[in-house]
Design a protein around this ligand. Sequence first.
Ligand SMILES: C[S@@+](CC[C@H](N)C(=O)[O-])C[C@H]1O[C@@H](n2cnc3c(N)ncnc32)[C@H](O)[C@@H]1O
Length: 232
Amino acid sequence: MKITILTLFPQMFSGPFSESIIKRAQEKGLAEINLLNIRDFGIGQHHVVDDKPYGGGIGMIMKVDVIDSALQKVKDTTLPKTQQKIVLLDPRGKQFQQSIARSFSTLNQLILLCAHYEGIDERVRNLVDETISIGDFVVTGGEIPAMLITDAVVRLLTGVLKDGATQHESFNIKGDQDNQVLLEYPQYTTPQQYHGQKVPDILLSGNHKEIDKWRQEKSLELTKLHRPDLLQ
Ligand SMILES: C[S@@+](CC[C@H](N)C(=O)[O-])C[C@H]1O[C@@H](n2cnc3c(N)ncnc32)[C@H](O)[C@@H]1O
């Protein structure tokens, strides 16, 4: 899978993308991550990418013509719509969640457009397929949201993690109802006793059928307690 990120700050990505699972996924050729500097499409000698808002106000707005040129460059015109998505990171967008990560992970190319400064010209929204928010708060730019989405998507690609590794995680564990997902059950490792807190006996029993049953019950219990909205 190819993930193309359009940003004014490509260097911000070097740390997160050169460690751990994302690094290995790229080395194994399972994910190709391309960073493109929007500044390269800026206007004139000074590569201008933004301007003052019409109507006045604080901050600078990223220009639609510049972003359009950048998108034209990275869009793969040979891919059908179902295989490629252009996503704008945007506080106004649909809230990112595991089901969206799963659907992105089936694409051939995901293009993530990071805005910065005060935001983007409204007309940019007509150039993208989807707008995604990472939550009800404002961060400085789309770069950290793009890193989060890339991470969540890449770890779902076949071969990146061990088989079945994502199946027993929060938001992937299935509940009783259709499309219901649960939080993960409690996990423990050594030592068996720590400051008077014991690992539950069932996990030491070696009875995997009973352990699976206990884990499913605990997942449901924790979801009821912490995320009852997931059960509705
Ligand atoms: C400082 S923010 C602009 C916020 C904008 N003026 C507003 O009030 O909605 C700059 C850019 O960061 C990104 N961004 C900020 N918060 C985000 C969020 N919660 N989810 C996704 N992207 C976000 C977007 O690309 C946004 O255009």
